[in-house]
Design a protein around this ligand. Structure first.
Ligand code: SAM
Length: 340
């Protein structure tokens, strides 16, 4: 039986961070010079991830997204994808990547059975990309994006974190670019989460403001009416182009949130804002049976009360959730460890 949490939300959507390492240093995620990395021996092996996924599937999970860090930095990722894609219970198997290594990897990901790809792309301007990510890899990312449809993928998404004064003048350009890929762009409100230690409310461009600006350019924009627990609200332009907005900061979707996150070292987090996770690696390596793992996961989920983004919104006066000291003491609080 699929467990429900204390707010009646099912366990359905699992995001698995396969590595905490990243080859970019985005200002809103990894702004520091140095990081504390997870010890290598604690990183889950593919067989361990696969076993946990079997248990999660038995409890109702039917969507898995591989993320990180940068998931393509994990050696031989297609081997994991092959194992996961063979599970009949998985309706959706996707990856979120920064695109840097995608041009080379897309065919192997497709051959391994991956269903869909989301690429993070915050700007179409190379100098801006380098300033934002501290790596001169813009051309590689664009080549990576071009390789996705070429490898046969459909349903591709481009995720853009919109920051005032940084890239908020590119909304139209990104919609036009995504249309050509082809992909659906999703604008993400800048969140005060994890490593976003330089976050401030005045840098957030709200969903309302994005829609207003886009309507000024495109004319009437209508919401796409659909039954979905996806984080993005989708909208349609007059010419039929669809785009999404993920408004976790100003209009959170906690009431429908069916996501949980597994870190590369096997801690299970029930909310992006949660301060503590449930250790699954310990029991897994300690010889727990499937029934014991199932009981642990069911117990965690049925006790789930979290609605982190709504709690943050209710604060009114907002500063970054975490400071560098706290992140160093527990790197699991980092977005790049927990998996965005
Ligand atoms: N490396 C991969 C990538 O770049 O897509 C996957 C991991 S990354 C942490 C996942 C997503 O989290 C990215 O789309 C990134 O833009 C988003 N993200 C990170 N920090 C964020 C923040 N402070 N606010 C909003 N989105 C954020």
């Amino acid at each position: 039986m699929a467990p429900l949490d204390t707010r009646g939300r099912p366990l359905r959507n699992l995001r698995i961070s396969v590595t905490d390492r990243c080859n970019l240093r985005c200002a809103y995620c990894m702004p520091e010079e140095e990081y504390v990395w997870l010890p290598r021996e604690e990183i889950l092996h593919f067989e361990e991830i696969s076993r946990l996924v079997d248990v999660f599937i038995d409890l109702g999970v039917d969507k898995v997204r591989l993320t990180g860090g940068e998931p393509l930095l994990r050696r031989d990722l297609p081997a994991l994808i092959r194992q996961l894609a063979a599970k009949p219970g998985l309706r959706d198997l996707a990856i979120t990547s920064n695109g840097v290594l995608l041009a080379a990897e897309a065919p192997a990901l497709r051959a391994a059975g991956l269903h869909r790809v989301t690429v993070s792309l915050d700007t179409l301007r190379p100098e801006r990309f380098t300033a934002l990510t501290r790596r001169p890899a813009h051309a590689q990312v664009l080549e990576g994006i071009a390789a996705v449809p070429r490898a046969g993928f459909t349903g591709t998404k481009l995720d853009t974190v919109v920051m005032r004064g940084v890239n908020d003048d590119e909304l139209v350009d990104l919609i036009e670019y995504a249309r050509r890929v082809p992909a659906e762009v999703r604008f993400i409100e800048y969140m005060d989460v994890g490593g976003a230690t330089r976050w401030s409310l005045d840098q957030v461009v709200s969903r309302a403001e994005m829609l207003e600006r886009l309507a000024r350019h495109y004319g009437a924009i209508e919401p796409v009416v659909e039954e979905s627990t996806a984080p993005a609200d989708r909208f349609r332009l007059r010419d039929g182009t669809v785009f999404g907005i993920i408004s976790s900061t100003t209009a959170p979707f906690c009431a429908e949130c069916d996501r949980s996150r597994l870190t590369a070292d096997g801690l299970w987090y029930l909310c992006l804002y949660a301060m503590r996770g449930i250790d699954l690696r310990g029991p897994l390596r300690g010889g727990a049976s499937d029934a014991q793992l199932k009981a642990l996961i069911t117990g965690g989920w049925t006790a789930r009360t979290e609605r982190g983004a709504e709690d943050r919104l209710a604060l009114g006066q907002r500063t970054p959730l975490l400071q560098v000291g706290g992140l160093r003491r527990d790197p699991h609080l980092e977005m790049h460890t927990r998996g965005g």
